[in-house]
Design a protein around this ligand. Structure first.
Ligand SMILES: Nc1ncnc2c1ncn2[C@@H]1O[C@H](COP(=O)(O)OP(=O)(O)OP(=O)(O)O)[C@@H](O)[C@H]1O
Length: 672
């Protein structure tokens, strides 16, 4: 359905309390005949730092159709959140104000025109709705992928059994009766990645994560139904070698949302002068074991723990602060490369694990009631690309793959049982079997908890997948009934600093141990531990203080404004050092392992371009461990050359790479 263009205005700030009512200048909002006018007040209070812990004077970025109602959470001032004036005439904004505020002054509003892209309709069938009610149901969208070659060539019947109708209905045809399902949005075979990004509601999720909510977007569906395609892009990591611009072309919802997140944070920081810190973790659940995708060498499986404050979380999961979008996308790409993949009858590149990318957005705030109180808001945005359920009869999985399939199916079954229990009002307060799998424990807050959730259900329209697609649609339909009770996540600044301090200490100890291990080896190219003071030498480039220096306070006894910035920066540097040392140790161990097998191992680095004409940003650096005597490549590791950080990529199949590249690598190994 074509949408009327919407011109969006932003009101940067306005007086917090109503002042004199007469003779105040009124703001006239121009309109023309062809457009709706939407006014979005992005700053509800004079300064961002006044937004208190869990007590917004008003939620931001919310629009109403022609009227304003007070915010439920506000007990001080009716919330002026937004006004939408769908009129073709010039209108006076006063007409649309809540009665309580009529005649109160809205002088000094500072209005600027803003992009047409942001804050438009989040679903194609629904007006923008950024407000978070006390109960927020899970939003569900469905995407139907096009038939693939195997389905088109199906000698039995290449027909489709799913038909999208309008923007939110899908009809499952076949059997005796057609069954119609209704979702928040439905995307047919012809839908583009950009359309899914624009109208899936993901922008709402990003905006709310910035506001401090815990937001999750997860992709669900049978194997080969298009989850990774929709979430990351075609081929997962491969997309980073095909497309250069993550805002365009074939990139999936996660890279687009990340780009949107950085744009929004930049805008907000410019306006409020209050910085954000981004912390990233990436892990996979493979055969019911949790593995780190950023530091894949870490041999110890990670454990899920639970606490009253944090709910379920992965203990000791490596987390790193990042500053740029490139760093975050590098983590996404390399995590995808490290993910367990396999090829089977239904998908050449099938994900064998559930992957979770978590982006924590931290912002330090001053308390609302008590300006001495200092808080840190900790919104989180998580993308979950689930492994697909699979019928062994159809996928022909055997051996290791069969074990993977059984584990995938088992955890998805538990997820399905949780969804069924939570969607049934009679059962949701009873026992929900979250604890029966690691996946459901980690998704507990997103399903019936305090988060905000978007489910992307992916289906194939083929008659070959009729049962699986119907099953996905049924679960998606149930998921619509799940209600969450969203809460903004904040913690006292002191707690945050204390936790960071512990992490910094742990990283220092780990780095010390790694250096000790490396110090014992003979290769002079590898760093040696000199003395304890040498630790954190890189850190000192960015952070000059010791831990104690973090605690410096201002004259009012408040923690110094630079305190958390400093400790985060120190954390980041130590984390990078940790990655580097872990990688060096890993390399050293590989070489020693080769030597103990009677092989001479040479490391060759080379640049790899998928296509001769690939731009530099698409090149990869290949590191190969080679035994030149046997003309054997023992291991092949690749990383994107544009990566601003050097991360480790899990060892790949030694037979990877073109024959020409392999010949070049072996020749270069012989020359060494
Ligand atoms: N909307 C789409 N348009 C074009 N091709 C698509 C679309 N969705 C999926 N595909 C293609 O279908 C194939 C399978 O998709 P994908 O790997 O994303 O499935 P999946 O659900 O993640 O599978 P698995 O659970 O096995 O990992 C890929 O080649 C992908 O590029």
């Amino acid at each position: 359905m074509p949408k009327l263009p919407i011109t969006t205005y932003t009101i940067g700030s306005y007086p917090m309390y109503p002042t004199s009512t007469s003779n105040t200048p009124r703001i006239e909002i121009p309109a023309n005949n062809n457009s709706n006018i939407k006014i979005i007040i992005t700053e509800a209070t004079p300064s961002e730092s006044d937004i208190p812990h869990g007590k917004h004077v008003c939620e931001t970025n919310h629009t109403y159709n022609g009227r304003i109602t007070p915010s439920k959470s506000s007990n001080a001032l009716p919330a002026i959140e937004a006004v939408e004036i769908p009129s073709s005439n010039t209108r006076n904004i006063y007409r649309n104000i809540h009665p309580d505020l009529t005649n109160s002054t809205i002088s000094n509003w500072n209005m600027t025109e803003r992009s047409l892209l942001t804050c438009d309709s989040i679903y194609r069938n629904e007006a923008t709705d950024f407000i978070v009610p006390e109960k927020d149901r899970i939003r569900v969208i469905v995407r139907v992928r096009p038939l693939n070659d195997r389905e088109l060539e199906n000698p039995k019947d290449p027909s489709t059994v799913l038909r999208c109708e309008g923007e939110n209905s899908i009809i499952a045809e076949g059997g005796q009766h057609n069954r119609r399902f209704t979702f928040d949005s439905v995307f047919d075979e012809a839908s583009t990645q950009e359309e899914v990004f624009q109208y899936s509601g993901i922008k709402r999720l990003v905006d709310l994560a910035i506001e401090g909510y815990v937001a999750t977007c997860f992709a669900y569906g049978q194997t080969g139904s298009g989850k990774t395609h929709t979430m990351v892009g075609p081929g997962g990591a491969a997309i980073f070698r095909m497309d250069t611009n993550y805002r365009t072309n074939n990139f999936g919802i996660a890279p687009r949302a990340i780009s949107y997140l950085f744009d929004r944070l930049r805008e907000k920081t410019e306006r409020t002068n209050s910085p954000y810190y981004i912390r990233v973790a990436y892990c996979e659940i493979y055969n019911e074991q949790i593995r780190d995708l950023i530091r894949p060498e870490n041999p110890d499986p990670l454990q899920v723990r639970g606490s009253i404050e944090d709910g379920f979380f992965v203990e000791n999961l490596y987390q790193t602060y990042i500053e740029t979008i490139d760093e975050l996308l590098t983590i996404l790409e390399e995590g995808e490369l490290n993910r367990a993949m396999a090829s089977h009858q239904l998908n050449d590149m099938s994900s064998r694990s559930h992957a979770m990318l978590s982006i924590q957005i931290e912002q330090d705030l001053q308390g609302y009631d008590d300006p001495q109180e200092q808080m840190t808001r900790q919104g989180k945005l998580t993308f979950v690309d689930l492994a697909g359920s699979e019928k062994v009869k159809a996928s022909h999985s055997k051996g290791k793959q069969l074990v993977e399939t059984n584990n995938i199916n088992k955890s998805l079954l538990t997820l399905g049982t949780c969804i069924s229990a939570l969607s049934d009002p009679r059962m949701r307060n009873g026992h929900v079997p979250y604890r029966e799998s690691k996946l459901t424990r980690l998704l507990a807050d997103s399903l019936g908890g305090h988060g905000i959730t978007l489910m992307l259900a992916c289906v194939s329209p083929s008659i070959l997948c009729e049962n699986e697609s119907l099953s996905t649609l049924r679960y998606a339909n149930r998921a619509k009934n799940i209600e969450n009770a969203p809460l903004i996540k904040t913690d006292s600044k002191e707690n945050v600093i204390n936790r960071l301090k512990l992490e910094v200490r742990k990283l220092k100890d780990e780095n010390l141990e790694l250096r000790h291990k490396l110090g014992g080896q003979t290769n002079n190219n590898l760093p040696k531990l000199k003395n304890r003071n040498d630790l954190g030498s890189q850190a000192s480039l960015r952070s000059s203080g010791s831990i104690e220096a973090y605690e410096r306070q201002d004259t009012h006894g408040r923690l110094n404004g630079a305190t958390t910035q400093k400790i985060r920066s120190h954390h980041e540097t130590l984390a990078r050092e940790n990655e580097k040392l872990t990688r060096q140790l890993y390399q050293r161990d590989r070489q020693q392992q080769g030597q103990s097998n009677g092989k001479r191992v040479v490391v060759v680095e080379d640049e790899d371009r998928i296509h001769r004409t690939s731009p530099p940003s698409n090149r990869h650096v290949v590191r190969a461990y080679v035994d030149p005597a046997d003309d054997e490549i023992l291991e092949y590791v690749r990383r994107p050359s544009y990566a601003s950080r050097y991360r480790t990529v899990r060892n790949r199949n030694p037979h990877e790479g073109s024959p020409e590249r392999r010949t070049t690598i072996i020749r270069r190994a012989r020359e060494q």
